[in-house]
Design a protein around this ligand. Structure first.
Ligand code: SAH
Length: 271
């Protein structure tokens, strides 16, 4: 007879860990994330988390999918927060698994607040954010002493009713301060982002688009800012993508190897 899987004991007082699952490749999980997943009694799995990371979970852990993939509506944020609070109060060791790093566009700020208000112990376990996975696939740094003194991570998707990012102001700042722009959730608004950024950035500013970074399905395209929307459409690229914009990518043109890798996939537009 097969032994019943051993259920890790629920801790006397529950806790919640917000754990980064990285951009996709399960080998990019941190050791700390692996330990947190293995110790969890309840795991709430967000959208964009590669299910392969659940191989580290205890067979008896309760897995709850709260993402919106597969055409289902995503679980309302308030419900997720309530669930985390009630499970932790029952003494469960809850892991909230999020794509990339939990602290980057992951609504962790709201969740940490809600949990702390309910008197629950919260831990954050970092993951590799999508932009870094994407840049690694291009063998390009986000900063460069000659081209970029820093980085701005921005979202292309604002909360309903919020006017969102001021792209024109951002373009001027990026040019004047020599910053690389990294846009998350930018596919739907790409045309507007392109048009607005062109008020402050040169039309030939290089752009890299990386879809499904670090996964076997990864796709990359290089273009100039004036062709951003066209490239997304022609290459049929879709979410999840990160858009990397800035002169730091100019190095890519001189890196024969990296450019060839992109060319071989037939997804480059001339830089
Ligand atoms: N916390 C996540 C970001 C969540 S917002 C992180 O740190 O990466 C979701 C957005 O992240 C997507 O719309 C996309 O812009 C980006 N993203 C997540 N995974 C990605 C991947 N594998 N490839 C490209 N972009 C990705």
């Amino acid at each position: 007879m097969k032994n019943k899987p051993h259920k890790p004991p629920a801790t006397a007082v529950g806790q919640v860990s917000l754990v980064g699952a990285g951009p996709g490749d399960p080998d990019l999980l941190t050791l700390k994330a692996v330990k947190a997943i293995a110790a969890a009694t309840v795991i709430l799995v967000d959208d964009l988390v590669n299910e392969a990371v659940l191989a580290h979970a205890s067979p008896s852990a309760r897995i709850v999918y709260v993402g919106k993939r597969g055409g289902c509506a995503s679980t309302p944020q308030a419900f997720i927060e309530k669930l985390m609070v009630s499970e932790a109060h029952k003494g469960e060791n809850v892991v909230r698994l999020k794509g990339g790093d939990p602290l980057v566009f992951g609504r962790s700020g709201e969740e940490i607040e809600a949990l702390q208000q309910a008197g629950i112990e919260v831990h954050v376990v970092n993951g590799i954010t999508a932009a870094l996975g994407a840049l690694a696939s291009l063998n390009t740094a986000l900063t460069h002493r000659d081209h970029a003194h820093g980085v701005l991570m921005v979202t292309g998707h604002a909360k309903p009713g919020d006017p969102g990012t001021d792209w024109r102001a951002l373009a001027h700042t990026a040019r004047q301060a020599k910053l690389t722009l990294v846009v998350y959730m930018g596919v739907a608004a790409a045309q507007r982002i392109q048009d607005e950024l062109l008020h402050g950035l040169a039309a030939d500013t290089p752009v890299a688009i990386v879809q499904d970074a670090t996964l076997p399905s990864q796709r990359r395209a290089l273009c100039t800012l004036d062709c951003l929307h066209q490239t997304l459409t022609e290459q049929r690229m879709a979410s999840p993508c990160v858009l990397v914009i800035g002169d730091v990518l100019r190095g890519l043109a001189s890196l024969g190897q990296a450019q060839e890798a992109v060319l071989a996939r037939g997804q480059i537009r001339a830089m």
